[in-house]
Structure formats: C-alpha cells, structure tokens
Write a protein that binds this ligand. Structure first.
Ligand code: AMP
Length: 308
C-alpha cells in the first residue's frame, strides 16, 4: 500500500495506475463503516484509494476540529488490511497553501511564512485567497445540517472537489449515515459534469443499533447508553408507519419524545423528501427522517428512509 502526503507525489503515483480507481474520502479515525466503504469501493474499481484528511474548512469555530481523533498508524493498518492500494494523507498546508503573497523566511528546515501572517485556515472562508473557490448548492444546503452548521457544506464541497481533482477517481463511495452530504456531493458532481460515479453505502451500525461514528469515542458509557435513543426513535417512527400512521407530525413527535426521555438536546428531527429536502407532511413515498442531537457535548446524526 502506497501512502502519499503531497499532491505532486499522488499525481505521479496516480499516473502509473491503469484501470478504474475507486475513492473513499474520510477524515480518519476509521471504523467498520469506513471499512465497508472500502470493500464497496473494491467492487467499483480495480484500485481503491482512501483519503485521510481532517478538513478544517468544514468545521465551525466552536466545533471539534482540534480534538478530532487522528490515530494515523491504526488507520493505515486498517486500510492495509482492507486491501487498499493507496492512501492520500496530506497536511492542512498542502491542501490550503498560505497566502502566496505572504513574506517567506528561509529557515534551517525550509521556508516558512513570516509570523504575523494568518494561515488560510484561520481565516473565514470569505477572506481566504480568492483561488480558494467556494461551491454552493443552496437549495440542498440551506436546510438541516446546513442550518445548524453554517458553512459546513461549503467546506465539504471545497475539499471533495479538490480531492476529486487530484485523485481523478472513476467512482467515489459515501455513506448514507451522512445522507445530506451524500446528496450534496451527488448534486455537485452532476452539476459540474464530473465523470465520477457516486456510490452509496448503507449505514453500518454497532450490534445494538448505534450508527458507527468517529465521534462515538467521545461518549462516556452513560452517554453512549443515552445515545441509543436516536436509533430507537428512528425505529419507533418506522414502527408507527407500519401501523398505518403516515402523518409525519405524529412520527416526529414520537421520535422527539424518545430523545427527550433520555435528555438529549435536539437540533432537529425532520421528515423531508430524500432528493430535494423539502418537508413532507405525509409519508406516501420514500421519506428521509433525519435526526441531529447532542448527548452531553457530543453531537450525533442518524437517519432512515421511511417507506410507505
Ligand atoms: P467521515 O470520516 O466521518 O467524514 O466519513 C467518511 C465517509 O464514511 C463518509 O462518506 C461517511 O458517510 C462514511 N461513514 C461514516 N460513518 C459511517 C457508517 N456508520 N456507515 C457507513 N458509512 C459511514
């Protein structure tokens, strides 16, 4: 397995690959959900690549960018065991170079930017170097996660676009766990005519139903138990639908009650069209029920597609 840290090295390696390349973009702290994506990628390409990059531009100022887990050795080991061909693990400066006009100082270990210049990652997106393009799909990003995490999807689209351009995959795999992200990326690829197949991977869960997430490791045993109310809420909504209740207000109320019993702080419980994200009053076709809630200081998301 090849591990590459720079865009130049990746491009050089990529040029040696013939056949289809399937990519799995991740932020690392890999778990069985990510491994399932790698396995699915194996079915869509003769070479599988994984990117491991904690992307600062998709985190809000009060989010967990600095404390996000980065167990790179264990991650590489999991990629190797999953039969991955290459891992792209760039630094933040490699992906977001500092202002090219900033004054550079020659040091014993190479050039560095004169102190006093803010690095691009410390600046709000709007102030960054104009070459740091922003891609926005407002109709899909002004709802749900986009409301609770302003700028999040601009950061996601920015980094995924750059990763697609440097890795030039034929296919890329994304999890339904982050349903809105999957939909935004599919729409971006379609709108920009990228010849990349977006492959959807079902949510992988712990045996007790908790959706796997790199953030689950923040949970204390007690919070983890309370977090199970999220999947219970989704399953209760499915059960009510099976019992003939199609009004989403009823399904949402049931889900909210289960979350509140465990004192979760609800960001949203929404029932929307899975393609357009417009609210759905009654389940008559596939309907996305999406939940975002905080358990203590840990924010978790999960969803299910309800089918009438
Ligand atoms: P992340 O590293 O959390 O940014 O996730 C990288 C990719 O893995 C995204 O496409 C996620 O949707 C996907 N993913 C994360 N958790 C799961 C899960 N439990 N099941 C399936 N895919 C997942």
């Amino acid at each position: 397995m090849k591990v590459l840290h720079t865009i130049a090295a990746l491009r050089e390696y990529r040029a040696t690959l013939s056949g289809r390349v399937a990519l799995v973009p991740t932020m690392g702290a890999l778990h069985a959900g990510h491994v399932a994506l790698m396995e699915m990628a194996g079915g869509h390409g003769s070479h599988v690549g994984v990117t491991i990059f904690v992307n600062p531009t998709q985190f809000g100022p009060r989010e967990d960018f600095h404390k996000y887990p980065r167990p790179i050795e264990a991650d590489l080991d999991k990629c190797e065991r999953a039969g991955v061909d290459f891992v792209f693990n760039p630094s933040v400066e490699e992906m977001y170079p500092v202002n090219p006009h900033a004054e550079r100082i020659h040091g014993p270990h190479g050039d560095f930017v004169k102190p006093g210049f803010r690095s691009q990652i410390e600046m709000p997106l709007s102030e960054r170097h104009p070459h740091n393009i922003v891609i926005d799909l407002p109709s899909l990003t002004n709802v749900l996660e986009g409301v609770k995490r302003p700028g999040h999807f601009k950061g996601v689209c920015q980094v995924v676009a750059k990763l697609f351009n440097v890795c030039t995959p034929h296919a890329a795999c994304f999890g339904q766990k982050d349903y809105q992200q999957l939909r935004v990326i599919s729409a971006m690829v379609e709108a920009l005519n990228w010849p990349i197949e977006i492959v959807e991977c079902p949510t992988v869960r712990e045996p007790d139903g908790l959706a796997m997430s790199s953030r689950n490791q923040y949970l204390s045993p007690e919070d983890r138990r309370r977090a199970l109310s999220i999947v219970r809420a989704l399953r209760a909504a499915e059960e009510e639908l099976r019992n003939g209740f199609r009004q989403t207000i009823r399904l949402v109320t049931t889900a909210q009650r289960i979350l509140l019993e465990q004192h979760l702080q609800i960001d949203y419980v929404a029932t929307v069209d899975p393609h357009t994200f417009t609210p759905v009053p009654e389940v008559n076709g596939p309907t996305l029920m999406a939940i975002a809630a905080r358990v203590g200081i840990t924010r978790l998301i999960d969803n299910v597609v309800l089918r009438a």
